[in-house]
Write a protein that binds this ligand. Structure first.
Ligand code: DOR
Length: 425
């Protein structure tokens, strides 16, 4: 995170916490303290909700290699505007984060340019090629806690078994992008069950996702490994995870805000901003994913923030790159799909956006709540304001914003990380 000369003290007055109590919070030297420090800046928070800072364990920052799509600076500016005090950066950069040196170089870049904390995710395989495992033990020893070839599925079951064995030995988590590339090859771009036939687009069948999850949870059971399922999107995937958890497998599952709000009907518009991997699904699948989050089969929200420069989106649908910007509207989207309809409350938001991702990603200093002595990571939220989303208002360099033109909650007022104001509306 960028260094600032002084460390100011703050008193945040009159906010409502997640359980509905009106609280005053005091911050000095980067942590919550019991008393208002001398000379602290007063932040009036009447009518605002205060939550622990959000943690995203699934962000694409694109730097190094794809700086025209996003940089660490622009991606983390989007993150703090979305209430995130930490993000874990996916490894599909150029070069790929597949060695200790590249982890260190990413950390160095982040120290000078990031607006919040950035934790590199290690790739599962060298150059994401799916042929040879990355040096998981070495990267684990230098503090990497998540490994993923996200964007690509690790298809080889023997390598996946070995990766899960290593995850058990080194206390790290294997985050899988579950997509059988034979059933859903590179051009598969639309949900086969609901829309691909109608639009004449190459279909992405539901079984391409859940069959890999079924294989992986069994490999996790076999090895005692730690598995995280990225961005699950179908009813069948939720069923498989539910079954695996009932068997005691160490599996966590993630849902994106877009897979819980947006449906495949949007593809009729022809806009490639709705192209994402896995694809947007039917209303029935969206409901199953929502229900999975509500009943805790799904543990946490990951954004899969995936900015792309315009030239890669201004292409026919099958050739356009998959991905959506997601950090700035993550809470907006979740409020619209689940909070405002009363299916989750602010304690659930705290769990799925802060505590659970920080815990699963073993993200140091994050997800620890608002108690005295904890690092002062918080977000102030306006619970009622709305706005029509305009992609050009974004801090992200990406303009592939699937919420553009939608009337959505506009909640983020202020984001504080380690006692510093990282974003203020
Ligand atoms: O839509 C997606 N875009 N899904 C992924 O899993 C990867 C991501 C990207 O890197 O663009």
């Amino acid at each position: 995170m960028t260094e600032q000369a002084e460390q100011k003290a703050f008193s945040i007055r009159g906010a409502m916490d997640a359980v509905g109590n009106i609280v005053d919070l005091h911050v000095a030297r980067g942590v919550f303290v019991a008393e208002a420090p001398e000379g602290s800046e007063l932040i009036e928070a009447d009518g605002l909700v205060v939550l622990p800072g959000f943690v995203d364990i699934h962000t694409h920052l694109r730097e190094p290699g794809f700086e025209a799509s996003e940089t660490i600076a622009s991606g983390t500016a989007a993150a703090v505007a979305g209430g995130y005090t930490a993000v874990c950066a996916m490894a599909n950069t150029d070069p790929v984060t597949d060695s200790v040196e590249r982890v260190e170089s990413m950390r160095k870049l982040a120290r000078t340019s990031a607006h919040n904390e950035v934790f590199p995710i290690g790739s599962l395989t060298i150059d994401l090629a799916g042929q040879q495992l990355s040096p998981i033990a070495e990267m684990a020893a230098c503090g990497v806690r998540l490994f993923s070839d996200d964007g690509r599925c690790l298809m080889d079951p023997v390598l996946m078994r070995r990766a899960l064995e290593l995850s058990a030995a080194h206390n790290v988590v294997i985050a899988q992008h579950s997509q059988d590339h034979r059933l859903a090859p590179a051009d598969a771009c639309a949900d086969e069950r609901s829309i691909a036939g109608e639009l004449g687009l190459p279909g992405w069948p539901w079984a391409a996702e859940s069959s890999i999850i079924a294989r992986d949870v069994q490999l996790a059971e076999l090895t005692g490994g730690h598995l995280h399922v990225c961005h699950l999107s179908t009813a069948e995937s939720v069923e498989v995870v539910r079954w695996a958890k009932a068997r005691g497998v160490d599996v966590t599952a993630e849902a994106t805000p877009h897979h819980m709000l947006l449906t495949s009907d949007l593809l009729r518009s022809g806009s490639t901003d709705y192209k994402v991997n896995p694809p947007l699904r039917s209303a029935e699948d969206v409901e199953a994913v929502r229900a999975g989050l509500v009943d805790r089969t799904i543990d946490l929200v990951g954004t899969d923030h995936a900015p792309h420069e315009a030239q890669f989106k201004d292409l026919p649908f099958p050739q356009a790159k998959p991905g959506m910007t997601a950090l700035e509207q993550a809470l907006s989207s979740l409020m619209e799909s689940l909070l405002l309809p009363g299916r989750i409350d602010w304690t659930d938001v705290t769990r799925i956006m802060s505590t659970a991702p920080a815990h699963r990603g073993q993200v140091p200093g994050q997800g620890l709540g608002l108690g005295v002595g904890s690092p002062a990571n918080l977000v102030l939220v306006h619970p009622a304001r709305r706005r029509v989303v305009n992609r050009d208002d974004s801090a992200s360099a990406g303009r592939n914003n699937p919420y553009h033109g939608m009337d959505l909650p506009d909640p983020i007022e202020l984001t504080m990380g380690a006692g510093r104001i990282l974003y203020r509306r």
